[in-house]
Design a protein around this ligand. Structure first.
Ligand code: ADP
Length: 510
């Protein structure tokens, strides 16, 4: 059997569902298995997953994908893992059981932990930024693990006795795939580690000052490895027996990889529930002065680490869902485009969806949503348009921050995710950023990126050049709006954003 008769499997452990996707050598999808899992909301602001349910879903979807593709595990050249980032799980190494549900990236219960850490230093929320590239925020894994150790009975004692392991979801999945309590591999990759607030972004090692401040015993932490190398094989007690597992990338980094953003300055934006924009900044980390995160983009084997600047936007597609479910303005997400197209502009209305504060570039937990500029003239079409425009303005703010930090002018923006089927939004996005917006043929860039990372490690693909060669444009949108109009709209948006600040009292932000 030649290498090209084989396939690569990507396990995509997402926020609401788990998927297994089999790709061929051309980077085309052969088969998909998918299963949703339960979202637990025990209190306002809390979001949890059951790691055992997630693992069961992975077993199921891998089986589904193999059977749909009518292939067996011997035909897999490699397996890659990509995952929702920051979501943290703590488990007992001896029993293999989580001590608590996984705390999901959106969960805000750790605000007090973050506030206390920020209060202890004049740099405030930027206290650890020079070391880990991140501001203190509930988003990241370290504070979530600290919360578990502080709040789950007996957890801290067990952790200090070396019995507990912590990991982002990649680590949990790999450990289980490779045998769990029977010798499972305890590894994370540099991209996931860069989201914990515990890793030194320059040395790629766990940082004693950070783990000390966060109160996390070092024995809990997995080994940090590159994103594309041989980690091990599936074990009999796991799944995919003897299949090489050779790629791990956090989901947004995987999408950046799948979009072939390998040159300094290249950027992609993923439009889903939220928006995640990453710009490749080359082999030197740039610590942002403009509210962006410094993160690891990828590391192939022993090649130099490639860094990225990232801007995360909390609410994008979920605002469309909110219009559908809470306001019942339409019955399916794509209808928002029709409604928005029924008017010629936003009618003066601006919608700032700061439902859970604002992420990049503001990082304002005190902000709450606002619909401003209303007059009797405004109708549901204008509101639909304001909703779509809000995503484009937020993306532009992130891009402007990237330009200011990196000094690199973007030549095009590669896009993916569910909202990119909205042509009105894509055109408006091109108008706002002033460069072409380009959508690739294979929309599953996240799984694809993980597959590429795994396939490159085993020589199934020879290098990143194969990824570039496989990448193909589906559609692009060019900017057509006059500069004066583009700037007027953006100025108004910025003004609208200021109306959302200081809404929630500091004492109430929990
Ligand atoms: P995620 O991976 O975050 O679950 P997806 O990439 O699947 O998200 O995209 C789904 C999101 O995109 C939903 O929030 C939905 O409201 C939004 N969406 C889907 N189709 C459209 C559309 N045609 N116009 C605007 N938003 C859309």
């Amino acid at each position: 059997m030649s290498a090209h008769d084989k396939y690569v499997l990507a396990i995509d452990e997402g926020t609401t569902s788990t998927r297994a996707i089999i790709f061929d050598h051309g980077g085309q999808i052969v088969a998909v298995g998918q299963q949703e899992f339960t979202q637990y909301f025990p209190r306002a602001g809390w979001v949890e997953h059951d790691p055992v349910e997630v693992w069961d879903a992975i077993r199921a979807v891998v089986g589904q994908a193999l059977s749909k593709a009518s292939i067996n595990r011997h035909q897999l050249a490699a397996v890659g893992i990509t995952n929702q980032r920051e979501t943290a799980v703590v488990w007992d190494r001896e029993t293999g059981k989580p001590v608590y549900n996984a705390i999901v990236w959106q969960d805000t219960r750790t605000q007090k932990i973050c506030d206390d850490l920020a209060a202890g230093d004049e740099r405030g929320t930027d206290r650890f930024k020079d070391i880990c590239g991140l501001p203190l925020a509930t988003y990241f894994s370290g504070p979530k693990v600290r919360w578990i150790l502080d709040n789950v009975e007996g957890a801290r004692e067990k952790a200090e006795a070396g019995r507990l392991a912590m990991g982002t979801m990649d680590t949990w999945v790999l450990w289980n795939l490779t045998g769990g309590t029977e010798g499972g591999l305890f590894i994370t990759d540099v991209t996931n580690a860069s989201r914990t607030m515990l890793m030194n972004i320059a040395s790629m090692e766990w940082d004693d000052q950070l783990i000390g401040a966060m109160g996390i015993p070092k024995s809990m932490l997995p080994e940090i490895r590159s994103s594309s190398e041989f980690y091990g094989v599936g074990r009999p007690t796991g799944l995919l027996v003897d299949t090489p597992i050779t790629g791990i990338l956090g989901d947004q980094q995987a999408a950046t990889f799948g979009q072939a953003c390998f040159e300094k300055g290249m950027a992609k934006n993923t439009y889903g529930t939220g928006c995640f924009m990453l710009q490749n900044t080359g082999i030197d980390p740039i610590i942002s002065k403009n509210g962006l995160l410094t993160t690891v983009c990828y590391k192939i084997g022993d090649q130099p680490t490639v860094y990225a600047l990232e801007g995360s936007i909390a609410v994008a597609g979920s605002l469309v869902q909110w219009l559908r479910d809470n306001l019942k303005l339409f019955s399916s997400a794509p209808e928002v485009e029709e409604l928005a197209a029924s008017v010629k502009d936003n009618g003066g209305a601006y919608f700032v969806p700061a439902f859970s504060g604002l992420f990049a570039p503001y990082w304002r937990p005190d902000a709450r949503g606002a619909l401003v500029g209303l007059t009797r003239y405004v109708n549901r079409g204008h509101i639909a348009r304001a909703v779509l425009e809000s995503t484009a303005y937020q993306a532009r703010e992130v891009l402007d921050a990237m330009k200011a930090d990196s000094g690199v002018e973007l030549t095009q923006l590669k896009v993916d995710g569910g909202m990119t089927s909205n042509e009105l939004l894509m055109q408006f996005q091109a108008d706002q950023v002033g460069v072409p917006v380009v959508r690739p043929k294979v929309a599953e860039t996240t799984a694809l990126g993980a597959a590429y990372a795994a396939g490159i490690a085993v020589g199934y693909w020879s290098s990143e050049q194969d990824v570039v060669d496989n990448w193909a444009e589906d559609k692009s949108w060019r900017p057509v709006m006059a500069d004066s109009e583009r700037d007027r709209l953006f100025r108004n948006w910025k003004k609208a954003v200021t109306k959302t600040f200081d809404w929630v009292d500091d004492d109430v932000v929990e």
